[in-house]
Design a binder for this molecule. Structure first.
Ligand code: HEC
Length: 153
């Protein structure tokens, strides 16, 4: 037993350099931020398709996507909004500098998204009309922040 624990610890320690990758690198932060946004979009996509009728309504799948949205929007994402990672500094970023500076408004907007996603969780499985109504609040939270803080293409 003790030997097994020793072997496990050694293996974990050997993996540490990879796990302890430098996460203060601006390019890594931007990659993570884009990944986070894409994860949000990946939940919204099936819900949007069901709302439009391009995919059949599936109560369980809709609830699952809504739960994922709520979980994702509930994390503290402040580590993704670091000075030096905004548009104008990093060419691949579309984040206006104000979203880095306005920490309180940014937190409010993520709280608004979380509130809308929580509300969607409660109605997404009812029927397609209830899901559509709930989706409106989520879309408004995404779109409102993009309008304010995302550089237009
Ligand atoms: C609090 C503000 C805020 C909220 C809320 C928000 N976004 Fe974003 N989003 C941004 C900003 C700023 C960018 C630009 C990031 C960059 O390029 O640095 C962005 C970028 C994106 C991108 C492009 C990612 C890429 O790879 O270039 C997608 C897709 C996206 N958001 C989807 C969503 C969806 C879907 C939601 C809602 C479920 C959402 N966002 C909510 C601020 C927000």
């Amino acid at each position: 037993m003790r030997k097994a624990i020793f072997a496990l610890t050694t293996t974990l320690l050997a993996a540490m350099p990879a796990l302890a990758q430098d996460m203060t690198n601006p390019d890594e932060i931007l990659t993570a931020r884009h990944g986070y946004m894409l994860l949000l979009a990946m939940q919204l996509a099936p819900l949007g398709a069901m709302a439009k009728g391009t995919a059949p309504y599936d109560a369980a799948a809709a609830t699952e996507a809504a739960k994922n949205l709520a979980a994702l929007s509930g994390i503290d994402s402040s580590m993704l909004w670091v000075p030096g990672t905004e548009a104008g500094v990093l060419t691949d970023s579309s984040a206006l500098p104000a979203i880095i500076a306005n920490t309180a408004d940014r937190a409010d907007r993520f709280a608004q998204l979380k509130g809308a996603a929580d509300a969607l969780v409660t109605v997404a499985g009812n029927d397609v009309e209830a899901m559509k109504a709930g989706l409106g609040g989520v879309g408004a939270a995404c779109g409102g922040c993009h309008k304010e803080y995302r550089k237009p293409d």
